[in-house]
Design a protein around this ligand. Structure first.
Ligand code: SAM
Ligand code: SF4
Length: 346
């Protein structure tokens, strides 16, 4: 095979060589949404009556494996399985076990998962056996009634049992909490202290304007800059030099000893070091969370394309990765992107 030469026109289509966009950013991280469905209806993520995709539009497990594996062959080192709720997808464990071959071959560093935790009690052990070492669990409150309201019917005790099971199985768990001005802002210090007491890192996320939901996001939006200032009135936060190529900035809380991340897509731009792309469960590749750019890889593989054809389509999409996004929240404008987070894969 001809060695990849990024400066040659052939280099752009060769199967060898790293995936690099036109701004010189190497893509090493793929997030794969395996379903748009979910057993919860978080108010900031979904509308109350979501219509979900017909099965024929969703990639089969074999198609998901094929596309993810093509990315691994192109130098992606980290896969995150997400959704919707990934653990409601039938056969997801088999998919993860299959992708585990790339861990064993050394082609992949990590397979991780973002989950709402409701089914973790059942899945934690098998996930650990499949080679998963770390997972993110989304949890915005420790109050059962508020949890029920925010998720439109969810049962907090299931998530807590899931976190217990994950820790018992040896998985490292990070909590993701969306910061909501009125609903959980006052409770966040308690949530952080609880998590750190159990050895869990926490990442706080600003609400992002993705997809139509019933709630008014201007009302829900809480700036993490303001929240950080408040936390600093009673805690000592030390900046950590940790960079994941993602939007999170981390601090250590001296009093709890735990790590705290801030994901601030609205108050800060994090695009310069962006190393990630996202595959939806319908096979659409989004190279930027905050823009409408899209490449239809399902059409490519369902038209009978060879592996080389798939690689060409991936390279062309990555080549066109936008320089950055431009999120803003205001009352007058529609969501920055029309698709929901559950479709893109958060
Ligand atoms: N169902 C899984 C879960 O909740 O962890 C995985 C998918 S969910 C879309 C991934 C993450 O996106 C969750 O942490 C969730 O809180 C976050 N999320 C969803 N909608 C969001 C929004 N509009 N703004 C910010 N974060 C959002
Ligand atoms: Fe489901 Fe996750 Fe969206 Fe909540 S944030 S509705 S758990 S996909």
């Amino acid at each position: 095979m001809t060695p990849y030469d990024a400066s040659s026109p052939q280099g752009q289509t060769a199967t060898a060589g790293p995936l690099v966009d036109s701004f010189g950013r190497a893509v090493s991280y793929l997030r794969v949404s395996v379903t748009d469905r979910c057993d919860l209806r978080c108010v900031y993520c979904m509308s109350e009556h979501m219509s979900f995709l017909p099965k024929a539009q969703v990639l089969t497990l074999e198609e998901l494996d094929r596309i993810a594996s093509a990315f691994v062959a192109l130098g992606v080192r980290k896969l995150r399985i997400t959704g919707g709720e990934p653990l409601v997808r039938k056969g997801v464990l088999g998919l993860i076990e299959g992708l585990g071959r790339h861990l064993r071959s050394g082609a992949l560093d990590e397979i991780t998962l973002t989950t709402n935790g409701t089914r973790l009690a059942e899945f934690a052990g098998p996930l650990a056996e499949a080679g998963v070492r770390r997972i993110n669990v989304s949890l915005d409150t420790l109050k059962p009634e508020l949890f029920r309201a925010l998720t439109r019917g969810g049962d907090l005790s299931k998530v807590l049992a899931g976190i217990d099971a994950a820790q018992a199985a040896g998985l490292r768990v990070k909590l993701n909490a969306v910061a909501l001005a009125h609903d959980n802002a006052a409770e966040l210090p308690d949530l952080i202290a609880w998590a750190h007491g159990r050895g869990l890192d926490v990442t706080l996320i600003e609400t992002m304007p993705m997809g139509e939901v019933e709630a008014d996001r201007t009302d829900q939006y809480l700036s993490l800059t303001a929240l950080r200032a408040e936390l600093e009135s009673f805690w000592t936060l030390r900046d950590l030099p940790l960079s994941t190529g993602g939007p999170a900035r981390y601090v250590q809380v001296a009093e709890t000893g735990g790590r705290l991340g801030f994901i601030t897509p609205l108050s800060h731009n994090f695009c310069e070091a962006c190393n990630r792309v996202r595959l939806t469960c319908t096979g659409t590749l989004h190279t930027c969370l905050g823009r409408e750019d899209a490449a239809d890889l399902r059409a490519v593989i369902r038209s009978g394309a060879s592996d080389e054809g798939l690689v060409q389509a991936i390279r062309a999409a990555v080549e066109a990765k936008p320089q950055g996004h431009d999120f803003h929240i205001d009352r007058a404008s529609p969501p920055a992107v029309a698709r929901h987070m559950s479709t893109t894969g958060g």
